[in-house]
Write a protein of this length. Structure first.
Length: 113
């Protein structure tokens, strides 16, 4: 039996089922044409995936932690981050409740972008 790790989410079959609509949207963002459609008309794009209002709000608010809790696969989450101009470190800072600069100061690398 897996032991829960504090402040983490496990992506399992239940999470996958919970996030199926969000993950379909993210899968579509693999296509350059679909990314342009998202940028051109975000609301219209969201409506194509039968998202409920809570799911739409998570995307509108760029609530990356909420999207994980809603069942979005972490790798697919990167597609939303990419199309909305939020890189991995910005997403991580938001999920930790930190300013971007504060988050970067905790990373072990030189010359942060």
């Amino acid at each position: 039996m897996l032991e829960p790790i504090p402040d983490t989410s496990i992506f399992d079959l239940r999470a996958s089922w919970r996030g199926r609509r969000l993950n379909k949207l993210c899968a579509a963002l693999c296509s350059p044409h679909e990314r342009e459609a998202f940028k051109r008309d975000e609301e219209g794009f969201l409506s194509k995936f039968e998202l409920n209002e809570k799911e739409k709000d998570l995307i509108r608010k760029r609530d990356f932690g909420g999207l994980i809790e809603a069942g979005t696969n972490i790798y697919y989450l990167l597609k939303i981050g990419s199309v909305t101009g939020n890189g991995l470190y910005r997403m991580g800072a938001q999920m930790r409740g930190e300013r971007y600069e504060q988050f970067l100061s905790t990373r072990k690398f030189k010359d942060a972008i």
